[in-house]
Design a binder for this molecule. Structure first.
Ligand SMILES: Cc1cc2nc3c(=O)[nH]c(=O)nc-3n(C[C@H](O)[C@H](O)[C@H](O)COP(=O)(O)O)c2cc1C
Length: 173
C-alpha cells in the first residue's frame, strides 16, 4: 500500500526533465505515432530500447500488430512534431504525419526526415502494466543528425543551452 499522497508522486514525475520522442509504427495494424517521454535504452549489448505507450490509444494496438516501432528523439526545432503527435494541433489531428516529412529505414516504421535521432526497432517483448504497455525493441537501424534535444519538465518544453555543461568544480570529493 502507498504511504504517500498520489499527487506527490505525480508532482515528482512532472518535475523530472525528460527528452521527448515520437514513437511511430506502420504495417497491417496501421500507421500511427504518439508523443512519448517514457523511453530509454534498455541494454547496449544487444542494442535494445524501451518505450511506455498508453494502452488504449491506437498506437499501442498498431505496434503490437505490426511488431515494429521507431523512437524518433526530437530536437528543439521539432516541437511542432511533439505537439502534433500529442493531438494538440487542430489542423493535424486527423493526419498527424502531415506536420513534417517522413522516410523509412530497416523496419518500415516512419522515420522523421532530418530528425535528430532515430532508433528503428523490431518488437521483442511487451509487458502490460496497468494503463500502459512497456514495449522492448531490438534496434535494427540508427540515424543521427546534429541538433539540440527538446526537453520537457513541469508541463513545459524546455531548451538546453548547447554549452551549458555542469562544471567539475561543483563536485565535493
Ligand atoms: C511531452 C509529452 C510526453 C508524453 N509522454 C507520453 C508517454 O511517455 N507515453 C504515453 O503513452 N503518452 C505520452 N504522452 C501523451 C500522448 O502523446 C497523448 O496524450 C496521446 O497522444 C493522446 O492524444 P490523443 O488522445 O489526441 O490521441 C505525452 C505527451 C506529451 C506532450
Amino acid at each position: 500500500m502507498s504511504q504517500f499522497d498520489p499527487n506527490l508522486f505525480k508532482l515528482a514525475m512532472r518535475r523530472a526533465a525528460t527528452a521527448v520522442s515520437v514513437v511511430t509504427t506502420d504495417g497491417p495494424g496501421g500507421r500511427f505515432g504518439v508523443t512519448v517521454s517514457s523511453f530509454c535504452t534498455a541494454t547496449a549489448e544487444p542494442p535494445q530500447m524501451l518505450a511506455c505507450v498508453w494502452k488504449t490509444g491506437p498506437a499501442a494496438a498498431a505496434i503490437r500488430e505490426n511488431k515494429l516501432f521507431c523512437i524518433n528523439v526530437l530536437a528543439r526545432s521539432h516541437r511542432h512534431v511533439a505537439d502534433s503527435f500529442a493531438g494538440r494541433i487542430e489542423r493535424w489531428r486527423n493526419d498527424r504525419f502531415a506536420c513534417d516529412q517522413w522516410k523509412t529505414l530497416a523496419t518500415g516504421a516512419p522515420v522523421l526526415h532530418e530528425g535528430m535521432i532515430a532508433l528503428d526497432c523490431s518488437l521483442v517483448s511487451e509487458l502490460e502494466l496497468s494503463t500502459h504497455y512497456v514495449f522492448v525493441g531490438h534496434v535494427e537501424s540508427v540515424a543521427v543528425n546534429d541538433g539540440v534535444p527538446l526537453l520537457y519538465s513541469d508541463g513545459h518544453y524546455r531548451r538546453m543551452a548547447e554549452r551549458d555543461q555542469v562544471s567539475a568544480d561543483d563536485l565535493l570529493l
